[in-house]
Design a protein around this ligand. Structure first.
Ligand SMILES: [Zn+2]
Length: 207
């Protein structure tokens, strides 16, 4: 597995970070707490669960928006992410290896790295978290985005399509745009601002 991990074509610091992820050597709150270097293991972002590496990269609500927004949510919502080391092994040399192209691995690595970078900026300098910015950061080293969409629900696909439409409107410098959708669930999420927002919508709303 290690040979494959280091062969993923991206920046060395990104591969190095993923190596630490698999080894569980990342200095997150849960690890610091275990070593008695931090008074609390809780995630500093959602404060609802210990900040394990799996929580940081896959399960914290804001990271789900990142994965969805960059069209890689399939690799984290449909696969077993309860242990980062097992997840990585599945992708690199396990039952998912055949369908995981090098291009996908590069993107996945860079999204993880961008999430960690944004988390650190939030924790250490108070920078607000923005899934859109994090996606752009990951894409900046990812290169052109290509590939097919894979999503885990109907609203995922609808929200993803809306996100592309928003991006196109922004590229065209449109000040106003009207989007139509036959997905009532999606429309209600935007109309009812007080209702809990599914994570799929967060990536669109913050666009
Ligand atoms: Zn969290």
């Amino acid at each position: 597995m290690w040979r494959r991990l280091w062969a993923v074509p991206t920046m060395l610091k990104v591969c190095h970070f993923m190596w630490k992820v698999v080894k569980n050597w990342v200095a997150n709150k849960a690890n610091l707490f275990k070593r008695m270097c931090d008074p609390s293991p809780l995630c500093p972002i959602c404060i609802s669960a210990p900040e394990s590496i799996e929580h940081t990269l896959f399960h914290c609500p804001w990271t789900r928006a990142v994965w969805f927004g960059c069209r890689k949510s399939f690799w984290t919502t449909d696969l077993d992410t309860s242990l980062a080391a097992i997840w990585m092994e599945d992708l690199l040399c396990g039952h998912r290896a055949k369908e995981t192209t090098l291009e996908n691995m590069t993107a996945i690595f860079q999204v993880c790295w961008a999430i960690w970078k944004a988390r650190n900026a939030y924790v250490f300098t108070g920078n607000p978290l923005n899934p859109g910015d994090t996606i752009e950061c990951a894409a900046g080293i990812e290169g052109p985005k290509v590939g097919n969409a894979m999503a885990s629900s109907a609203i995922s696909i609808e929200a993803w399509a809306l996100r592309i439409a928003c991006g196109t409107a922004m590229d065209l410098n449109l000040c106003e745009a009207v989007f139509e959708s036959d997905c009532l669930e999606l429309i209600n999420c935007f109309k009812e601002s007080n209702s809990p927002t599914p994570w799929e919508i967060q990536a669109v709303r913050r666009y």
